[in-house]
Design a protein around this ligand. Structure first.
Ligand code: NAP
Length: 302
């Protein structure tokens, strides 16, 4: 029986573990993939207090080691369900069931897909969701980036230094991401902006060879690219908890800044929570708040 089980080893979950261990609670972190979450794919973090520049991998590794050195237990299994037995929560994974007095859901978010027929089978063969991870494979090749948020803009900027040509395809004529990044992109001579358009087909022969792009009037054109970087937002990883936890219409856990969910003893932290600002600093902040409230909840059980 653990005091607190934390689901997810991203910045929110790892920060929660640090706070809970420093309060001498018995803590288990369950993680489906590897530690670090989305931040592991960021080349340079430049907006986190104290460190002017640090890679996402170094940041995540330092945080993981800090939590581990404090005595946090880690098990790498995917959580599929949670049962609420009032003062005892059962956390079910693909392999085992673990018990705790309190649970913190810090599952973060996964990449939204375009939903095209062969998209999944072309991952690693031309389709990518991470420019900083896979961009180097496309040196001097033509690539496309899809999306209009900060991720798409930053991915496109990053790729202009690697690829011979970058097509930035957005479904509207106005970007959601920051104007400063748009200005930097406009200074590049190897980028072409394609507005009011969607990617409607991936043409491949083992690997991606070209994409079909359809504009708002239904006119299509084919563009030859070796790679397509999909940056159309993220989907919170809360579906396995829907039966128990109240989610909003986009699938985010409904909770205020206190990180309390509708179930007593179950808390939420990070990008899977309904909130305005999803940044590294707000994820770690949520981790601290959720752990503090989980500790209070456990201490009041006695
Ligand atoms: P986002 O801001 O939600 O943007 C997603 C983009 O994809 C939007 O432009 C959206 O179009 C488009 N889109 C959504 N579904 C689509 C579909 N099915 N087909 C085509 N296009 C689609 O996501 P994000 O860029 O990943 O950013 C997530 C959060 O992280 C944001 O808050 C962002 O500011 C933040 N972020 C910050 C930084 C930074 O501070 N340096 C860097 C990266 C991300 P519409 O605009 O038409 O809705």
């Amino acid at each position: 029986m653990y005091d607190i089980i934390i689901v997810g080893a991203g910045p929110a979950g790892l920060t929660a573990a640090i706070y809970a261990r420093r309060a001498s609670k018995k803590v288990l972190v369950l993680e489906a993939k590897s530690y670090g979450g989305q931040i592991i794919n960021t080349l340079d973090i430049a907006n986190y207090p104290v460190e002017a520049h640090i890679s996402g991998f170094e940041f995540a590794t330092k945080l993981y080691n800090q939590a581990k050195d404090l005595g946090t237990e880690f098990i790498f299994e995917k959580v599929t369900n949670i049962n609420d037995k009032e003062h005892e929560k059962e956390v079910v994974t693909t392999k085992n069931t673990y018990k705790a007095k309190a649970v913190i859901l810090a599952t973060g978010a996964d990449n939204r897909k375009l939903g095209l027929d062969n998209e999944e089978e072309l991952v690693g063969k031309g389709v990518s969701y991470c420019a900083t991870c896979d961009g180097a494979f496309y040196k001097n090749k033509n690539v496309a980036v899809v999306g209009g948020g900060n991720t798409a803009l930053e991915d496109a900027l990053y790729l202009t230094d690697i690829a011979s040509k970058v097509y930035l395809i957005h479904r509207r004529d106005e970007f959601r991401g920051e104007d400063t990044t748009v200005s930097l992109l406009k200074e590049k001579d190897n980028i072409e902006f394609i507005y009011n358009s969607n990617v409607t087909k991936l043409n491949a022969n083992d690997r991606l060879e070209s994409i079909e792009v359809t504009d708002k009037d239904g006119k299509t054109k084919t563009i030859e690219v070796s790679g397509i970087f999909v940056a159309v937002g993220r989907i919170p990883e809360n579906e396995n908890f829907r039966r128990l936890i109240n989610l909003d219409d986009k699938g985010y856990v409904i909770a205020e800044e206190d990180c309390n969910t509708n179930v007593e003893g179950i808390f939420v932290a990070g990008d899977n929570r309904k909130k305005e600002v999803r940044q590294l600093v707000t994820a770690t902040s949520d981790g601290a708040v959720a752990a503090t409230n989980a500790i209070k909840y456990i201490n009041n059980l006695k």
